[in-house]
Design a protein around this ligand. Structure first.
Ligand code: HEM
Length: 458
């Protein structure tokens, strides 16, 4: 309570009105309770103790955690022009450079405009066949009884798909090296975004952090090769794959090669990692929920009658899509979002200063019983058209909201459903119970230690 009094006093002095919260002592309390290594536990604690909105300070910085769809809409939609990406996302520039996820303002708008046509729904049909072909190749490789790390399998599949569909290139065996480089980066990712003075620390040789530098260099080289090959081959017939568009924008806007590389890297990582994680959690949840699994298998068998799925089948694979939607609710790959205010702003009854960081967590919001009763239960029926229409607007936001909502959303739904349907025609996956399931909130919500699952013939 002492901390709350402190917060209220500060508010009076500055003419601000700050929400309740743990006040100025958060750093100490966080360190004592080790919540700093578990941001989801920290956010859940704030939501449980302070409700829809909580305020605290880290040093001189004001931080607000919001956990109500209306507050999220205010920040990400209604008042979006007053916000830029917050500090930890700025730190992601160390990995992603000036790509669409980390850029702000005019740069971001330019990039999004240049890339948008590649993500248009009409482009999707052309990609569907390639996705299904890749998934069916994987389906042929698996043998009954084999134990696979499904996380790794989905990541490799996802990389191959993004390479071929978005950049029109064949990554081949390179997917292994790229995926290993990403794994190395993720091992130290939290240190990268949280440690003070990280740019200097990264210069010191022979530290575990150097892993990040080497892995990033590997990714850069791969992206540069991808761009060089594309240049050699020239634009595709329709001239509309993403790389063609980026290279045209480069000519028109005078972008540097490095700038284009950052954008390619952003879309590759944002595209494959998130979708692969979503699929991994979906397979795990299906293995734990026999009825949902049976209903999905029945739909796939009934609608496809044994042939491979196509773009046109998506409209008929509704339950499969609901399964994916429910996995995205319980384990949203993008588990949190953040912004920083450029100017003083109002949020409900509160008035907050310029520079305030606003954080929100899809993971916490999606498990709030006010919006999803019995929230831990896996129930795809929460995503029927009727249920969606009666849902509180903004309570379900695995792809974010507002002008920075995921540009690849349509691609992710299509890819996710097609991969599930293709693999599930032949296989069911069983979780290896010796492995403890733990969601690790890094750049995405990864399963710690992968996801070992046994392949069983259906
Ligand atoms: C299940 C899969 C996916 C999930 C859960 C997801 C989630 C998200 C979220 C929440 C954001 C907004 C972040 C924010 O506002 O701070 C975002 C942005 C973005 N996503 Fe996705 N995404 C997925 C798949 C994809 C795919 C397949 C691609 C590309 C092929 C992609 C590319 C991007 C890009 C470039 C942005 C930045 C957009 C901007 O700032 O304007 N994502 N994604």
């Amino acid at each position: 309570m002492a901390a709350e009094t402190e917060t209220a006093r500060t508010a009076e002095c500055d003419g601000l009105r700050l929400p309740p919260g743990p006040g100025v002592n958060l750093l100490m309390s966080v360190l004592q309770q080790k919540r700093w290594v578990d941001p989801i536990a920290h956010f859940s604690h704030l939501a449980e103790n302070y409700g829809d909105i909580a305020h605290y300070r880290l040093g001189r910085r004001h931080i607000v955690f919001v956990n109500h769809p209306e507050y999220l809409r205010q920040i990400f939609v209604v008042q979006h022009a007053n916000f830029v990406k917050e500090r930890t996302q700025q730190r992601a520039k160390l990995l992603l450079g000036e790509g669409m996820i980390t850029a702000d303002g005019a740069r971001h708008r330019q990039q999004r405009q240049a890339a948008a046509p590649a993500f248009h729904r009409q482009k999707m049909a052309a990609h569907a066949e390639k996705i299904v072909r890749r998934a069916s190749e994987l389906r042929e490789e698996w043998r009954a009884g084999e134990l696979h790390d499904i996380h790794r399998e989905m990541m490799l599949l996802g990389l191959g798909i993004i390479g071929e569909t978005v950049f029109r290139t064949e990554l081949g065996d390179e997917v292994h090296a790229l995926n290993d480089a990403m794994a190395d980066i993720m091992e130290v990712y939290n240190a990268i975004v949280l440690l003070p003075g990280i740019r200097l620390l990264l210069q010191i040789p022979f530290t575990p952090l150097r892993k990040f530098v080497h892995a990033r260099a590997k990714l850069h080289r791969a992206m540069e090769r991808l761009i060089a090959e594309h240049r050699r081959r020239g634009a595709d017939a329709s001239g509309t794959d993403l790389l063609t568009m980026l290279l045209e924008a480069q000519k028109a806007q005078g972008w540097s090669d490095e700038y284009v590389r950052d954008q390619v890297m952003t879309v590759t990582l944002a595209g494959y990692e998130t979708t692969a994680i979503a699929l991994t959690w979906t397979w795990y949840l299906l293995s734990q929920n026999a009825e949902a699994e049976r209903t999905m298998f029945e739909e796939i068998d009934r609608e496809l009658e044994g042939r491979l799925p196509s773009y046109e089948d998506l409209a008929r694979l509704r339950y499969t899509e609901m399964v994916l939607a429910e996995a995205l609710r319980l384990y949203p790959p993008a588990w949190a979002m953040g912004r920083m205010a450029l100017h003083e702003f109002e949020l409900g009854e509160y008035r907050l200063p310029a520079g305030t960081t606003v954080l929100a967590s899809q993971y916490v919001l999606h498990r709030d019983a006010r919006f999803f009763p019995d929230p831990l239960r896996f129930d795809p029926e929460r995503h029927t058209p009727e249920a969606k229409a009666s849902r509180v607007r903004g309570a379900y936001c695995p792809f974010g909201m507002g002008p920075r909502q995921c540009i690849g959303e349509a691609f992710a739904w299509m890819g996710g459903v097609l991969v599930l349907a293709t693999l599930a025609q032949r296989w069911r996956l069983r979780h290896d119970e010796r492995h403890t399931v733990l969601a690790e909130p890094l750049f995405t919500l990864r399963p710690r230690g992968g996801m070992p699952m046994r392949v069983e013939a259906r």
